[in-house]
Design a protein around this ligand. Structure first.
Ligand code: UDP
Length: 335
């Protein structure tokens, strides 16, 4: 009998990352539709994503798209639930903060309720944001975080912290089989051009010949994981024996200024850098300790930043080129 996975992004999370699951040059639940006998139900309200990213799967008999927002209950028969809902870009999750926290609280309760009813395994996409502006470095899963409860990031940070609490309470009280992954900064092809996160911003700006906007002095750090590495880790966690919470991310740490300079060099050495004010509560540094993922899942990232950036830049170059052609701003290539 086929296993059924339910992947939902009622308000989409990890727009780039989830799309990649629909991109299928990588290991993905969608790829397993054909290869290992899974059926996939994809729930999405297209709040931040685009249908074109799953267009190629719509005719597959083992793939089903349901336009749904997880803040509303739904009844389905599934074996596994990947709960990826909620925008992850600060620009998008701060646009409608009440919706963000509803997705993380009500959406997570609805999905855990579903998991409880049908005895499905439930994976929560949590985040490095649960560590807030961290006082220990790198961040281990034992670190309890330094989060502002009333700031502009709180709808997401505190929302995900409650989501983790709900997962563990449903596990203790109702025996729901849970997995919790804490995802660090992730990037890759198919990110939205207006995603708002730093990698896509810098690439799009450099390709358009606009200044690269560095918030603050650019001394804050992040560690960037290529999406296919992340997907591999998530699949291993879902199908392994450990509940988590487990950090998944690339421990290679860069300042934002270093990232800007790398993109500048790779795309457009003449693109200027522009310094803008640092947003409130912007974490000063972030780097995952992935010891657990290494020992429990035998997982570690394989795509170095420069290689991942190259692939991501190629994808944006193609899409921005196509848009420009469609808008008539550059001449169409001769055929
Ligand atoms: N950032 C930046 N320029 C941008 C977008 C982001 O300097 O155009 C900075 C942001 O202030 C943060 C880091 O890059 O310090 C990562 O931001 P992002 O929104 O990608 O993710 P975060 O890790 O903050 O959730």
């Amino acid at each position: 009998m086929r296993k059924t996975s339910c992947i939902h992004r009622a308000v989409e999370d990890y727009a780039n990352f989830s799309h990649r699951w629909c991109g299928f040059h990588w290991l993905s639940p969608y790829r397993s539709i054909n290869e290992s006998g899974h059926e996939v139900l994809c729930l999405d309200n297209f709040y931040t994503g685009h249908k074109r990213n799953i267009a190629q799967w719509l005719d597959n008999p083992y793939f089903e798209l349901i336009r749904h927002d997880v803040t509303e209950p739904i009844r389905l028969e599934v074996d596994q639930i990947y709960h990826l809902a909620c925008p992850a870009s600060p620009v998008h999750y701060q646009y409608n903060p009440v919706k963000t926290i509803k997705t993380n609280v009500l959406g997570t309760m609805n999905m855990l309720g579903l998991a409880k009813r049908v005895k499905a395994r439930f994976l929560l996409a949590s985040t490095s944001e649960v560590y807030g502006d961290p006082e220990i470095h790198p961040q281990t899963e034992e670190y309890r975080g330094n989060v502002n409860t009333i700031g502009i990031r709180s709808c997401y940070d505190e929302g995900k912290r409650v989501a983790e609490t709900l997962a563990f309470d449903y596990h203790r009280q109702n025996d729901v089989d849970i997995r919790v992954v804490r995802i660090f900064n992730t990037y890759g092809p198919r990110m939205l051009e207006n995603d708002g996160r730093v990698v896509s911003n810098f690439i799009v700006q450099a390709l358009r010949g606009q200044p690269l906007t560095i918030y603050g002095e650019g001394s804050q750090t992040r560690s960037f994981c290529y999406a296919s590495d992340l997907v591999e880790g998530i699949m291993r966690l879902m199908n392994g024996d450990h509940k988590g919470p487990m950090n998944l991310g690339n421990p290679g740490e860069y300042t934002i200024l270093e990232l800007a300079q790398a993109v500048q060099q790779m795309v457009n050495p003449d693109a200027p850098l522009k310094f803008e004010p640092l947003p409130q509560d912007d974490p000063r540094r972030r780097k995952p300790d992935i010891t657990k993922a290494q020992s429990w899942l035998g997982w570690e990232p394989t795509v170095p930043l420069m290689e991942g950036l190259k692939l991501t830049i190629e994808d944006f170059r193609r899409r921005i080129g196509e848009d420009a052609v469609q808008n008539g701003s550059v001449p169409a290539p001769r055929v």
